[in-house]
Design a protein around this ligand. Structure first.
Ligand SMILES: NCc1[nH]cc(CCC(=O)O)c1CC(=O)O
Length: 331
């Protein structure tokens, strides 16, 4: 593209900014409720909604409450909800078998939502960290996060989620080869339409802190995730990972975190043109909420602006804890 413009004063850029009607006419990108995936935290019990202290406005919900919340989200027009379980510490082991238990929290919530509100798409998280005594996304053997053994477990986890009725499998673990292994297993078992949204370019980020509180993984995590999540200094590597995951059968790809990585979103979209998502992660949400609570920024405006910026950067949609709030604001 090669924009052409006459010299000033033949061109006055402020002409097309002069009124809200004209600004609307020339606006390049739009944010709509159809762009949103809502991540929610699921916990045990009945009638439970417990606040996550580092994420003001976010709660952990028991299965009955998450089912209600999904119905409300569908009524608001939100197309998808993404489940993250808060697992009882007593169920966290080194072998992580709770991850593929058909009756685990995530699978129970999936079935409850799909039977009450079949129209909303359910996305699930594939990674061992909610179930791992070490808090890592993969098995830890002799201090090493082992890849291939982990992939075999992730396949079992993904199949249990598909069996529960998940529409979109979201591998967030960053092991090598997991997309192909999960895709093959889904095909073998007849889950031909189960989608994979790969967390393809997921960075080892400080912005996940509040999430680890929300799922009870902060205390458990030993060390860091730098041997499998990406180095925030890298950009070309993200393209190699996205290409690899698309070739292994991912339907959609994700960049995570969001706002500090909009350059990656743009490169991924321009290079591959695949359905591209970004995750506005817990720390990004917490920063906006904290500043708003202090009266330092206008929280509602910062929320809408931050989400619009993902669209401008080429994303087709955004995972955001603001989903219901922004859906109401856009209504
Ligand atoms: N598999 C773990 C997972 N899935 C989603 C998030 C982060 C989401 C957020 O911060 O909002 C994480 C955290 C991590 O990698 O430690």
């Amino acid at each position: 593209m090669r924009p052409v413009q006459a010299p000033f004063p033949l061109t006055r850029h402020r002409r097309t900014r002069a009124s809200s009607a004209i600004r609307a006419l020339v606006q390049e990108n739009d944010l709509g409720v159809g762009d949103l995936i809502w991540p929610v935290f699921v916990c045990d019990g009945t009638g439970v909604e417990e606040p996550v202290s580092s994420m003001p406005g976010v709660v952990r919900r028991s299965v009955d409450r998450v089912t209600e919340a999904a119905r409300e989200a569908a009524d608001l027009g939100i197309p998808a909800i993404c489940l993250f379980p808060y697992t009882d510490p007593a169920l966290k082991t080194a072998s992580c078998e709770e991850a593929w238990n058909p009756e685990n929290l995530s699978n129970r919530a999936t079935r409850a939502i799909k039977s009450a509100t079949p129209g909303i798409a359910v996305m699930s998280d594939v990674a061992l960290d909610p179930y791992n005594a070490d808090g890592h996304d993969g098995f830890v053997v002799g201090g090493e996060i082992v890849n291939d053994e982990t992939v075999a477990a992730l396949v079992k986890q993904a199949l249990s989620q598909a069996e529960a009725g998940v529409d979109i499998i979201g591998p967030s673990d960053m092991m090598d080869g997991r997309i192909g292994a999960i895709r093959d297993a889904l095909e073998d078992r007849g889950y031909k339409n189960t989608m994979i949204l790969s967390y393809a370019a997921k960075y080892a980020s400080a912005f996940y802190g509040p999430f680890r509180d929300a799922v009870g993984a902060s205390g458990a995590l030993k060390g860091d995730k730098k041997s499998y999540q990406m180095n925030p200094a890298n950009s070309d590597e993200a393209l190699r990972l996205v290409e690899r995951d698309l070739r292994e059968g991912a339907d959609m790809v994700m960049v995570k975190p969001g706002l500090p990585y909009l350059d990656i979103c743009r490169r991924v979209k321009d290079t591959f043109g695949a359905p591209t998502f970004a995750y506005q992660v817990s720390g990004e949400y917490a920063m906006i909420q904290a500043a708003a609570q202090n009266g330092w920024i206008d929280g509602d405006r910062a929320m809408v602006e931050s989400l619009m910026c993902f669209k401008r950067a080429g994303c087709d949609g955004i995972l955001t804890y603001f989903a219901p709030t922004v859906a109401r604001a856009l209504a």
